[in-house]
Design a protein around this ligand. Structure first.
Ligand SMILES: *Cc1c(COP(=O)(O)O)cnc(C)c1O
Length: 391
């Protein structure tokens, strides 16, 4: 049979064709009026996409580079910081804080769980300089309560730093209203373009901290980037082609929103919410139980049925349909399958994934359901949403 390769992974996500064309056509020098105009446009669009008036910085690195930049620009060695960790990416904050000599107080929760706000509150002593968290922990499919955390941090000296690398475009944030000091995104997630760019928005409180923080930094000096960005430039050679692709992706969202980028972003979030809900409800019919206590719309993590390894589901899906699902990471390998809803994945993709899962799971666990059981549930979720007026 003929098979199309498809990514159903929470990063990299499927590429937007218009962005690929823009990338291929981006043969321009970065110290020219043409590039400055492009970059200034993209920076303004990113502000709208993130939903902030804060200055936005684009860095030529994967998402982790921006996480490192947040630590090196906002802390000093010996600073007490609070790190919330309940998955692979939370552990990355812990490792970064320790690498740069911060005194990390870590609130750890088991994979699949989130952080009770009263426990966070108890650890948020006046000497805490920054709080690091994920908006959505991609390794477990959990959404953390960023607005709730922001309420705790507001009014204190601490900065709230949110890795929203899969949160942006799948979660509604009130960045300025809630007081999120740094929010970080990555190109290969909701923006539908290849890996290689990270972006972040920083509050005035965060910019002020950068003037006194004492970590060594050179390439990732955000103050230097801020000065350059104001002129449509970056301190070093920017990733010109990816910035062109990013511009095309943001234009596409603007078109989806009939000229309103914020509306286009909201449609992207609604799309992720709907397909995530359909996937959660439908997968149950195949014996795949939800892993996350508070599920995100970025990716759904499902427990493999008893006696079945999630690795075999992922491998079977690839072999049968050339479709790429994600296995669990680290200690979760073999236990959970992760299905993405972020970026350029729509309802028809969602139905195709569920139909494919029916085929694969039926071979690993014969007789446990009928073909169409999962798809039928998804169809009902879609119809109910449409009838309720969801756009
Ligand atoms: C993808 C991702 C990252 C960044 O990983 P990179 O490989 O450095 O791009 C960080 N945090 C979360 C939650 C992610 O999903």
């Amino acid at each position: 049979m003929f098979r199309k390769t498809r990514l159903f992974t929470p990063g990299p996500t499927p590429l937007l064709p218009a962005a690929q064309f823009a990338m291929a056509a981006a043969d321009l020098h970065h110290r020219t009026p043409e590039f400055r105009a492009l970059f200034l446009k993209v920076l303004a669009q990113l502000k709208t996409f993130i939903g902030t008036k804060n200055d936005v910085i684009v860095l030529a690195c994967s998402g982790t580079g921006a996480m490192e930049a947040a630590v090196t620009n906002l802390t000093s060695p010996g600073d007490k910081v609070l790190v919330l960790s309940a998955g692979k990416f939370g552990e990355r904050w812990v490792a970064l804080a320790k690498t740069f000599g911060c005194e990390a107080v870590v609130l750890t929760k088991p994979y699949g769980e989130t952080f009770p706000l009263d426990e966070v509150k108890a650890l948020l002593t006046p000497d805490v300089k920054a709080v690091f968290v994920q908006a959505t922990e991609t390794s477990t499919g959990v959404r953390h309560d960023v607005a709730g955390l922001a309420r705790l941090v507001k009014g204190s000296d601490a900065l709230l730093v949110v890795d929203a690398i899969t949160g942006l475009g799948t979660t509604t944030f009130d960045v300025d209203g809630d007081g999120i000091d740094v929010i970080i995104g990555g190109s290969q997630k909701a923006l539908m373009i290849p890996p290689g760019l990270a972006y972040l928005a920083a509050s005035e409180k965060a910019w002020a901290r950068m003037e006194t923080s004492k970590q060594a930094r050179y390439y990732f000096d955000l103050r230097k980037e801020r000065k350059n960005a104001a002129k449509g430039e970056s301190a070093y050679t920017p990733s010109v082609a990816l910035i062109a692709a990013m511009g095309a992706a943001l234009d596409y969202l603007e078109q989806q929103g009939e000229g309103d980028l914020a509306k286009g972003r909201d449609l992207l979030i609604a799309n992720a919410e709907l397909t995530a809900m359909a996937t959660r409800k439908a997968a149950k019919a195949l014996g795949l139980e939800l892993f996350a206590a508070s599920p995100s719309a970025a990716a759904t993590a499902l427990k493999a049925p008893a006696g079945v390894s999630s690795t075999d589901i992922v491998k079977g899906f690839k072999k049968e349909f050339a479709g790429v699902l994600s296995d669990g990471q680290g200690e979760m390998k073999g236990q959970i399958v992760r299905i993405a809803h972020i970026g350029y994945l729509d309802y028809l993709d969602c139905v195709a994934i569920l139909a494919g899962l029916e085929q694969v799971v039926a071979q690993l666990k014969p007789g446990s359901f009928q073909y169409g059981d999962a798809v039928r549930i998804a169809q009902q979720v879609y119809a109910d949403a449409r009838n309720a007026g969801v756009k």
